[in-house]
Design a protein. Structure first.
Length: 337
């Protein structure tokens, strides 16, 4: 069979050097380059195909291309072959295929007719590019956008709470402006701690103090000294610090929306305890409104669970008449990372 390479496009039989050149290009490609006949049986298979799908050429040549297609996408193959028979080219078709081990891979396919020397369509060449990393990057981007939207919404809620609390406490416009400015500045500092690394150079700083970290994160919420922090000073690594700060920030935001910090006489007591290899954080809300269960939003609740999972931590909630009692326990080794 003579394969197409130009608009008529045959590889000249009298030019073996060109054929060898093109064969080397195909074999050296990172993309999967596969040829098949009009019945869908595989005729050629390059090393890129082996890398993506896991099959060696000897395992697939002569077999139907459908061994790579998940059952729920088998209808794609007849449509593709119909286009090829009519001389059409399928470009940048994004789909999913199955590897030898059963796992699925996201691919972008370009499929072109193969013609013989007389110009008759005798098969198809398929170039498959693995776009899994692009899909992961897009999913990460979507999650970051969702988190940003959630963070901005919470920041506005906290800002409104700060204004309301300050208005109840201050008796003059100047004092009110001063109080709001100071609390919003503290909120900005806490937000910066949760969204930036402590050090540009990983070797620059070993980390910080967990007691101080929590204190700074909670500073914007501490109107009238309603938050009491007690216990041991424990060092925290810069990587764990971000997760801890976000976790405390999420719980504090929830307390400001629904819990003890949402009312004027509510209080929050946090204690840190260190054992031989465990760190325990007790979060006690006192004097808040009566709740009929957990009030974390769906995304906020998932975020708390994800952060706890990242820290290998256990989070236990106890909704009492006096307010939320919550315990976070995590390995000291994880906290130091």
């Amino acid at each position: 069979m003579t394969l197409t390479t130009d608009t008529r496009g045959t590889i000249p039989d009298h030019d073996p050097d060109l054929r060898d050149w093109l064969a080397a290009i195909v074999e050296g490609s990172d993309d999967a380059i596969i040829s098949k006949d009009l019945s869908g049986r595989i005729h050629s298979w390059n090393t890129g195909a082996t890398r993506i799908f896991g099959y060696a050429a000897r395992e697939v040549i002569g077999k139907p291309i459908t061994i790579l297609i998940p059952e729920d996408r088998l209808d794609e193959e007849p449509r593709i072959l119909a286009k090829i028979r009519s001389g059409e080219r399928v470009e940048h078709f994004e789909t999913i295929r199955r590897r030898k081990d059963g796992s699925l891979v996201n691919l972008s396919l370009t499929i072109s007719p193969i013609r013989d020397a007389a110009g008759t369509i005798v098969g198809a060449s398929k170039i498959a590019r693995d776009i899994s990393e692009r899909f992961k990057a897009e999913e990460t981007q979507r999650l970051l956008i969702r988190e940003m939207q959630h963070r901005v919404k919470n920041l506005f809620a906290v800002a409104m709470s700060i204004v309301s609390l300050s208005a109840r406490e201050e008796t003059s416009a100047d004092a009110l402006a001063h109080a709001i400015r100071d609390r919003l500045s503290a909120l900005a500092r806490a937000h910066e701690m949760t969204t930036s690394r402590w050090s540009i150079d990983d070797s620059d700083k070993p980390g910080g103090d967990l007691f101080t970290l929590i204190e700074k994160v909670l500073a914007p919420y501490d109107a009238c000294d309603r938050i009491h922090l007690e216990g041991d000073h424990v060092s925290v690594g810069r990587h764990a610090a971000t997760s801890i700060a976000l976790l405390i920030y999420e719980l504090a935001t929830n307390a400001a929306k629904y819990g003890a910090l949402s009312v004027g006489d509510g209080k929050l007591v946090i204690s840190l305890q260190q054992t031989a290899d465990q760190i325990r954080i007790d979060w006690r809300e006192i004097g808040g409104p009566k709740l009929q269960g957990e009030k974390l939003s769906g995304f906020g609740s998932r975020l708390v669970e994800n952060l706890a999972s990242a820290l290998d931590a256990t989070v236990t909630r106890d909704w009492r008449a006096s307010g939320l009692f919550l315990t976070i326990e995590l390995p000291e080794a994880v906290l130091k990372t």
